[in-house]
Write a protein that binds this ligand. Sequence first.
Ligand code: SAM
Length: 189
Amino acid sequence: MSFLAILAALGLALRILGMFLILLTIAYLLIAFLTGGPYVPLSPAELDAMLYLAKPQEGELWIDLGSGTGWIGARAARHGARSIGYEINPVLVLLNRLRIRLSGLAGRAEVRQANFWFTDLSKADVVSVYLITYRMPKLQRKLAAELKPGSRVLSVQFPLPDWKPAGKLNNVYLYVVPDKRCQGSTYST
Ligand SMILES: C[S@@+](CC[C@H](N)C(=O)[O-])C[C@H]1O[C@@H](n2cnc3c(N)ncnc32)[C@H](O)[C@@H]1O
């Protein structure tokens, strides 16, 4: 094979690889926007606010919906909670697992590659989310149907449309599921 033929074959291979990567990116963005939102990490101030507002207790279960690289779950586990992150993007799940291993949090923090719309939240004491605004009504219905009284919900940037926040700090909304889902409580649906 001549040198020129090798160059042409390489060029073709690179073009195919480029097309594949572009298609993969488009597919990921489509999935992210349709399911819950693309990856955008929260800021350190927002992370601090989450911990301050939720005040996780030893042994509580903290579920992070759309956990990205697992920053929130790791902090929650360091504060004594058991954390489970649900993340749909396999690359982020790998980074999240790496973070758990490197920080020595195995056994206290875990990440599951899953679509969080199909997860059960009934055992959660704290649920954290950073989604996209048009997904909040659907999320609110899921939280209202599944969460137990006393559990806390933290949402970065976007409020739940009909629930009344129990607190807000650095762009993070806190909600507490009331004992009786009735008037005068911190949420109404
Ligand atoms: C705005 S990012 C927040 C990432 C992380 N929680 C943080 O604050 O750094 C939203 C994340 O949710 C993930 N996601 C979106 N829809 C999802 C779904 N249905 N199930 C699981 N993860 C989802 C995205 O892949 C993305 O990593």
